[in-house]
Design a protein around this ligand. Structure first.
Ligand code: COA
Length: 199
C-alpha cells in the first residue's frame, strides 16, 4: 500500500494489498482479498448476529450490487488500510483480518477481525490470525503500537485479544454502545516473543 509509511521503507511495497501476499500462521494463512471472497463477505455482513458483535450496520443491498462495488473497492482499498482474508490451511475462507486507521506519524494502527464462519469459533483461529498479523507488522514495519476496540460485552473477543497480548487501555462510547480499547506496544510484543523463546 503506497500510503503506508512506517519508517522501515523496505516494507512499503510488501504492505501493498494489491500484491499477492501470503502470511502463514500456525492454523491460518492470511492472504490478499479476492473477488471470489465477495459471497462470504456479503453473507457475513448480512448476518444480524455478526453485525451486532462487530457493531457494524447490517447490509441491506442485493448481492449483484454488492459485487459491483466490491469489484471496484478490491482494486484499491484506499490509504491506510491493509485488509487480509483468513484461510484455513485447506483453503477455506473463514474470515478477515484488517490493519487500518494507520497513523504514520504516531506509528499506530488499529486491528480488526471477524471470523465469519461459526464452525471456526473458539478453536484458536482468531488468536492465530491476530498473532500472525501482529508478527508481520512488528517485524516488517516499525509500527510502535497496535490497538483495537471491542464491545464491552463481547467477552470472547476480549479473551482472544488478551491471549494475543493486548490489554485494556481505555473505554469509549459511541451511539449508545460501549467499547473497550485494548492495545499492544512494540516493547510488549518483543517481551512476549523473548519470553516464548526462553520457555
Ligand atoms: C472474536 C473472534 C475473532 C475470536 O476468534 P476465535 O477463533 O473464536 O477465538 P479463540 O478461540 O482464538 O479465543 C477465544 C477465547 O475466548 C474464550 N471464550 C469464548 N466465549 C467466552 C465468553 N463468553 N467469556 C469469556 N471467554 C470466552 C474461549 O474459551 C477462548 O479462550 P481459550 O482458548 O483460553 O479457551 C471470533 O469469535 C469472531 O470473529 N466472532 C464474531 C465477530 C466478533 O466478535 N468480532 C470481534 C469484533 S471486535
Amino acid at each position: 500500500m503506497k500510503s503506508l509509511r512506517f519508517r522501515k521503507s523496505s516494507t512499503l511495497s510488501r504492505l501493498d494489498p494489491a500484491k499477492p501476499i501470503q502470511i502463514n500462521g500456525e492454523k491460518v494463512i492470511l492472504r490478499e482479498k479476492r473477488v471470489s471472497d465477495a459471497r462470504d463477505d456479503y453473507n457475513w455482513q448480512k448476518d444480524p448476529e455478526l453485525s451486532r458483535l462487530d457493531s457494524a450496520p447490517q447490509l441491506t443491498i442485493s448481492f449483484p450490487l454488492y459485487l459491483l462495488e466490491y469489484t471496484e473497492i478490491i482494486k484499491d482499498f484506499g490509504p491506510g488500510r491493509f485488509p487480509l482474508a483468513i484461510d484455513t490451511f485447506d483453503g477455506r475462507h473463514i474470515g478477515n483480518c484488517t490493519c487500518y486507521d494507520i497513523n504514520e506519524f504516531k506509528r499506530e494502527a488499529q486491528i480488526g477481525i471477524m471470523v465469519g464462519d461459526r464452525d471456526y469459533w473458539n478453536s484458536g483461529y482468531g488468536t492465530d490470525a491476530i498473532k500472525t498479523i501482529l508478527d508481520y507488522l512488528f517485524l516488517k514495519t516499525d509500527l510502535r503500537r497496535a490497538y483495537l476496540k471491542t464491545l464491552d460485552w463481547n467477552l470472547r473477543a476480549q479473551a482472544c485479544f488478551k491471549k494475543c497480548g493486548f490489554s485494556a487501555c481505555g473505554h469509549i462510547s459511541s451511539n449508545g454502545s460501549h467499547f473497550i480499547v485494548m492495545d499492544l506496544t512494540r516493547r510488549q510484543w518483543e517481551k512476549r516473543k523473548d519470553g516464548a523463546k526462553n520457555e
